[in-house]
Design a protein around this ligand. Structure first.
Ligand code: DQQ
Length: 644
């Protein structure tokens, strides 16, 4: 259902932007209980704090990349002629890949496009989706809202799509929760978060892009809390509840977080922004009633050089514990995770640190691994992630958006764009003490069908071993690799993931090839690359190589990866979820995770296979695997006639 329409012509008349450019006037216009002096002081203190902060079995080696001629060219349709990525002009991160403009279009068939749709990941029936919004659990149902264009497979006209699930796997599409129908969100009901209050109420804060593309924060709530499906949503008549403060650009102020209750009994939220063109920051607001807010001095955190922070997420994790924590949890034995989605690079970064609820500042454990310059949530195609505390199962669950890496023209042709990752539980990695662990929610295992076990399969240097498992487009793969060194005292250059899986070194790469055809003309390697560096340290990289995933040239194909700690008593372990065009790969229990977005043209339907490979020059690999075929999830529209 759409949001309430009870207001209002009067609000529309107030849709001019002088107030929004000046925090004081805006507050006066809206009659907020804050005096001008307090606001000026707050803005000055805020700016000063920022300034202070700145200063302070086949024996064939793996084939090399196909650099041969591309498939037959076709001319580019006129609709694909924009040079700027979509979204940027509207004041948001890019939502298309114009870098593909110069590539030769592939002759895609409907069968190829149809195969790309996933079977057990969440995606709308049709059209465009981006960020996950306001995930929550209410009266037996998981709710997922998402940035959605109901009219087309490209970004624009952004509404809140809505779906519910009993188990985070099977989903029912519901009517749109909120549409752009007010002056303060007419250019888009953008990203936001939900908070469950102590008395059982639910509030949502979201960014509205106004009729002049100014970013403001708005309040909404369910019309009927006793409805488990939360079908109807109301927008607060006094919206917007927060406008950008002095010193912050009108189009760099978005994506409010879930609120947390501070020890003083008042609520806090944080909102990402940018200061002085280059410094990524997160502002903190205090509220008691969710309609009136006070900007607190300074910022939660800032990192020079990281640019605009979108979709900030801030939450506690238990240092020793196997359960997730409520967003307001605080005290000994707890660390806080700060995550920002970097507009400049389209990468989600996080860091672990300590939150001081008195000063409302967060300090990273390791400043060298600060937000935006250290760990990535996911090293692949992944953005705008958001967690929520699942009070039903006492766990923190993470959602992330997998954007397309093909052209808009192809998305329009397919009629849909984007997928959400399998929801993941998030825990602190007490073994390393420096990372999070992400793991697919346990419910995904309910989709496992028959499995095949392979024990200690020997994979010699330079070899590829087929694994006979039948249909290989929907898989859950658990693999463990033991390596036996054939050389001594060898060191290699530390070259991260190298130039992909064909780049051989002494100890790697080795791993699996998924969505590969028999002739290995298309394949996606997921692999480890251990390196004995000259300084005596052993490092391991976990990587996914998309460069030969498709014969088409009009899709982005990256080598993704990052370092993964492999402790002395551990083997190399990976879990790989294959779902048609999505491959989600987890190493060492989820210390390093990579999502791949691939568009094969031949390794599809019955032609898709799985192989082991070892492209190291100096190790034998013994691989033990269990591979499940994975059922499709039921994801369909909700019928109001049915009884749930
Ligand atoms: N997507 C939303 C914004 C957010 C961006 C707009 C991140 O609120 O900053 O669709 O992908």
């Amino acid at each position: 259902m759409e949001a309430s329409t009870s207001h209002d012509a009067e609000e529309n008349s107030a849709a001019f932007y002088a107030p929004l450019l000046d925090h004081r006037e805006a507050l006066a216009t809206r009659g907020k209980p804050v005096n001008g002096f307090a606001v000026i002081s707050a803005s000055v203190i805020f700016l000063l704090s920022l300034v202070t902060l700145i200063f302070n079995q086949s024996q064939e080696p793996l084939p090399t990349p196909n650099k041969g001629p591309s498939p037959s060219p076709t001319s580019k349709p006129a609709s694909f002629s924009k040079a700027l990525p979509r979204g940027v002009a509207e004041g948001v991160s890019s939502k298309s890949n114009p870098s593909l403009l110069d590539e030769v279009s592939f002759n895609w068939t409907n069968a190829m496009f149809a195969w790309q749709r996933t079977a057990y990941h969440f995606q709308p029936e049709k059209n465009w989706m981006n960020d996950p919004d306001g995930p929550l659990y209410h009266k037996g149902w998981y709710h997922l809202f998402y940035q959605y264009n109901p009219d087309s497979a490209i970004w624009g006209n952004i509404t809140w799509g809505h779906a519910v699930s009993r188990d985070l796997i099977h989903w029912l599409y519901l009517p749109l929760a909120m549409v752009p129908d007010r002056w303060y969100d007419i250019n888009g009901v953008w990203t936001g978060s939900a908070t469950l209050l102590l008395d059982g109420q639910i509030v949502v804060l979201y960014t509205g892009s106004t009729n002049e593309s100014v970013q403001v924060q708005n309040l909404a709530y369910p019309a009927n809390l006793s409805d488990p499906l939360l079908i109807d949503w109301l927008k607060y008549p006094g919206n917007p509840v927060i406008v950008h403060p002095t010193g912050i650009e009108y189009d760099e102020f978005r994506d409010p977080t879930t609120a947390w209750l501070a020890p003083d009994g008042t609520w806090r939220i944080t909102i990402g922004s940018r200061f002085n063109s280059t410094i990524g920051i997160s502002l903190v607001y205090q509220t008691t009633n969710f309609t009136d807010y006070e900007l607190l001095d300074g910022v939660l955190h800032a990192v020079p050089g990281t640019g605009m922070w979108e979709c900030v997420d801030f939450y506690p994790v238990a240092i020793n514990g196997s359960v997730g924590l409520d967003t307001s949890a605080f005290g000994p034995g707890i660390k806080h995770v700060l995550k920002a989605s970097l507009d400049d690079t389209k990468v989600d970064h996080y860091a672990l640190g300590t939150y001081d609820p008195v000063t409302d500042k967060w300090t990273p454990d390791n400043p060298k691994e600060d937000v935006g310059i250290g760990l990535k949530v996911d090293y692949g195609r992944y953005y705008a992630s958001k967690t929520f505390f699942d009070q039903h199962k006492q766990r923190r669950v993470l959602w992330g958006w997998i954007n397309e890496t093909d052209s808009e023209t192809d998305d329009l042709e397919k009629g849909w764009a984007s997928v959400q990752t399998i929801p993941r539980t998030v825990l602190f990695d007490s073994k390393t003490g420096t990372r999070l662990l992400q793991w697919p929610v346990e419910e995904v295992e309910s989709l496992r069908l028959n499995s095949t076990v392979f024990k200690e399969v020997l994979v010699e240097p330079g070899s590829v071993v087929p694994l006979d498992i039948g249909t290989a487009t929907q898989l859950d793969i658990l693999a463990e690799f033991d390596i036996e060194s054939l050389v001594s005292n060898t060191t290699d250059e530390d070259s991260d993931c190298g130039d992909g899986a064909v780049d051989r070194s002494t100890f790697g790469p080795f791993g699996v090839l998924v969505i590969a055809d028999d002739s290995l003309s298309e394949l996606t390697p997921v692999y480890f690359r251990p390196v004995n560096t000259s300084d005596g340290s052993l490092k391991t990289y976990f990587c996914a190589d998309e460069t030969r995933s498709s014969k088409a040239s009009d899709v982005l194909k990256e080598v993704y990866g990052g370092k993964v700690p492999v402790l002395d008593d551990e083997n190399y372990k990976m879990r790989v979820l294959v779902d048609h065009s999505i491959v989600e790969s987890f190493s060492q229990g989820g210390r390093t995770v990579i999502t791949s977005r691939i568009y094969p043209t031949e390794a599809i339907y019955g032609a898709a296979r799985v192989f082991l490979f070892n492209n190291a020059t100096g190790v034998n690999v013994k691989a033990t695997l269990e591979i499940w075929e994975v059922n499709s999830a039921f994801i369909r529209p909700y019928s109001f006639e049915e009884t749930l």
